[in-house]
Design a binder for this molecule. Sequence first.
Ligand code: PHE
Length: 343
Amino acid sequence: MKTKLDELSLEAKKAILQAESLAELNELRVKYFGKKGLITEISKKMNTLSPVDRPIIGMMVNSVRESIKDQLNEKSKEIEQGILKEQLAKETIDVTLPGNPAPIGSVHPLSKVTQELEDIFIGMGYSVEEGPEIERDYYNFEALNLPKDHPARDMQDTFYITEEILLRSHTSPVQIRTMERMKGQVPVKIICPGKVYRRDDDVTHSHLFTQIEGLVIDRHIRMSDLKGTLLQFVQKMFGTQTQIRLRPSYFPFTEPSAEVDISCMFCGQAGCRICKNSGWIEVLGSGMVHPNVLEMSGYDSTQYSGFAFGIGVERIAMLKYGVNDIRNFYTNDLRLLTQFNHI
Ligand code: PHE
């Protein structure tokens, strides 16, 4: 009996040592302590022993049982700890590894230029006004001194929705709406940024484009105010060396009217492809508000005068960023658009 117990103890020790998983340990537990387990079997046989042997063997069985139990517990703790360690090692985050880049968007170059333009004019005391892109013929044309049969309506090839409703061809209707709302009060000093629509489409014209128009009305507003304002604007936008030139022009809503050129920043006026060798680049239209326009929107033209200007945002952005096809702004090609992230 004693040798049998010794053998069993040795064998158990070996098996426990070699066990690699909790499942294996469980099997061993059953093998020794289960209903038909080896230790259980031996315990059952105790009553067959002589009263002399019984306490001695009993003690031995007890000590073997306790020792195997201890070893099993020890080993299972060891395995559990191993599992935990392995798990921790697996879940460790190496903070020195490069992360997965999350692409961030960028501000569209047109939005950027629009914001810059707005900032310049807000800095000069202007406020920003907006209006509908689907507009009434009255605000887009008639109130701007362009009655129905006026030949100058052809200057802007317009998308009509009905005879009276159209896609605005400029942001000037916002100026009319603002004047109506102000009911003859002065000063009016606003800029109107927004999308406008015309039926043309080539490398420098898009059927949808962005304008910022400005309007100032007060007493004693003169052409020199317009000129000073525009000079200030272009120098802020393109640098203090930039000069402007006003050329006589025609718009039905302004009189006199002027087209405004800026000195070519690409060649320093030596003449290049962009300024078509003239040293000047056309950037905007402007003029003194026509008395008819003032009167129609409730301003007494004998007391008040004003100036207005219209800037093409794409044109400014093309010059500023050296983009040579206006359609690049609308094709949403990220290779192009993301280049302006840091400018
Ligand atoms: N509304 C004109 C256009 O879109 C621009 C302009 C505005 C001209 C104000 C003069 C004065 O063509």
